[in-house]
Design a protein around this ligand. Structure first.
Ligand code: 2HG
Ligand code: ZN
Length: 461
């Protein structure tokens, strides 16, 4: 029996592309979390801003919840539709709309993939420097919705730094031009920054103007083997003081084991507890500095071995060791933590967290990796084969409560770059004060008075 809401939507917007097959509902109703059973009402695939506006007008009038949808590579359940919501996919709106050489900006539709935007920037001799492993599948709109970080934050910052302007469709279908790509603009509240990291709860990003920068210099990738966790931040301090780092990422031997099982090539003859992947310009002066930094660390007992890329192919091989981790763990449907503290708080936070996880997770495999140069750790807990998903998640939630306490004590965040979504909303209070959360709710109520935009994400209605 067709749902009355669908009959109404079809009647209001007969031209709208709408999917209702079970396989489509399943495909578009989930993200990479794989924890919730998808159950959307239907999938709307608008082809224009006007169509998005019309869908929102209809949804607002009829009180139908809308889940904005990009590449659904999110790891916090932000794009999950498990409660009869209308999924509004930006998939068809994936074009480059314009480039301005003087402004150094690229204007795109929100459904374009990060990779396609990066490629378009490169064609114009410039760079869009936000970058991470899911570049080929994630959408620019999704990166804005989560203020995505990635592997170049240490050099270039988060997505927030690179959004010159955006076009947002509000819950009632109004169109807002935010930022206008102005370099200077002191004309009141910057609603663009409110929309960034709002996880689709305040509006639908339909277009964005991305700032571009000079292309990266030819670079070398160095893989370092470290004997201890304590050495990590010290090695970072040495390398950062001597070089302009393009990336500084770490992984443990457990993470490496999984990537190797997944087909990557072993970098060293013998095992080491920790590895760092770092990247810097490959000019002779930088390479000499990198070697000097390496020697300094070896002499101080902070580094036990190292490899430097001799070709692009080898650089890609070294990057695979870090970028392949998430995919290599996917079959375990891991419980993911994406936490951050100030870089200066990292050593104390690391020590406390490591002790906590050793104590609380003796029975699970714990995989650490992440953007150590940004103070951002990914801690994936792997579900043992044969253990029920619910019991596993319940045990992980128990430990996350303790971790949230450690984060609070160190002034950190429960989500550095993946977003709060469904996965971390119970812990929002460890990062945001009650007063802040009350204000966030107030802002949501102004922009979305009927509560139809991605309800239940970030906080409960
Ligand atoms: C990364 O840094 C991503 O590779 C994914 O943020 C992290 O899978 C994860 O936990
Ligand atoms: Zn990450």
């Amino acid at each position: 029996m067709p749902d009355n809401r669908l009959i109404s939507l079809r009647a209001a917007l007969p031209e709208l592309r709408l999917l209702t097959d079970a396989a489509d509902l399943e495909h578009y109703g989930r993200d990479w979390t794989r924890r919730w059973t998808p159950a959307p009402l239907a999938i709307a695939l608008p082809g224009s801003v006007d169509e998005v506006r019309a869908v929102m007008r209809w949804a607002n009038t009829n009180g139908v919840a809308v889940v904005p949808s990009g590449g659904r590579t999110g790891l916090s359940g932000g794009a999950v539709a498990a409660n009869g919501e209308l999924v509004l996919s930006l998939e068809r709106m994936n074009k480059v709309l314009g480039f301005d050489a003087l402004d150094r900006t690229l204007t795109v539709q929100a459904g374009i993939s990060l990779q396609a935007a990066q490629d378009a920037a490169r064609e114009h001799g410039l760079q869009y420097p936000v970058d991470f492993a899911s570049r080929g599948s994630c959408s620019i709109g999704g990166t804005i919705a989560t203020n995505a970080g990635g592997i170049r934050v240490v050099r270039h910052g988060n997505t927030r730094e690179w959004i010159a302007g955006m076009t947002l469709v509000t819950a009632s279908g109004e169109l807002l031009e935010l930022g206008r790509a102005l370099v200077k603009n002191s004309s009141g509240y910057d609603l663009r920054h409110l929309a960034i990291a709002s996880e689709g709860t305040l509006g639908i990003v339909v277009e964005a103007t991305l700032k571009l920068t000079d292309p990266p210099p030819p670079s070398s990738v160095m893989l370092l083997a470290l004997p201890s966790f304590e050495a990590l931040m010290q090695v970072f301090a040495v390398f950062r003081s001597r070089l302009q780092l393009q990336a500084f990422e770490f992984l443990t031997d457990v993470a490496l084991k999984h990537v190797l099982v997944h087909g990557a090539q072993a970098p060293f003859g013998e095992p080491h507890p920790y590895c760092v992947v770092t990247e810097f310009a490959s000019d002779p002066a930088s390479e000499a500095e990198a070697l000097a930094a390496f020697e300094q660390c070896v002499n101080d007992g902070l580094v036990s071995d190292g490899v430097i890329s001799q070709s692009e192919a080898q650089a890609a091989q070294l990057w695979r060791l870090r970028e392949g981790i998430t995919e290599s763990l996917a079959r375990y449907v891991p419980y993911k933590n994406d936490v951050s503290v100030r870089i200066s708080a990292m050593p104390a936070f690391l020590a406390e967290t490591q002790a906590l996880l050793r104590r609380e997770y003796p029975q699970f495999e714990v995989v650490w990796f992440g953007h150590i140069g940004d103070g951002n750790l990914h801690i994936n807990i792997l579900k043992p084969d044969g253990m029920a998903q619910d019991a596993f998640v319940a045990d992980c939630e128990r430990v996350t409560k303790l971790l949230a306490g450690v984060l609070q004590a160190h002034g950190g965040s429960i989500s550095a770059e993946h977003g709060i979504g469904l996965v971390k909303k119970a812990y929002l209070g460890c990062t945001r004060s009650a007063a802040e959360i009350a204000l966030m709710r107030g802002i949501k109520a102004v922009l979305d008075p009927n509560g139809i935009l991605n309800p239940g994400k970030l906080f409960d209605p």
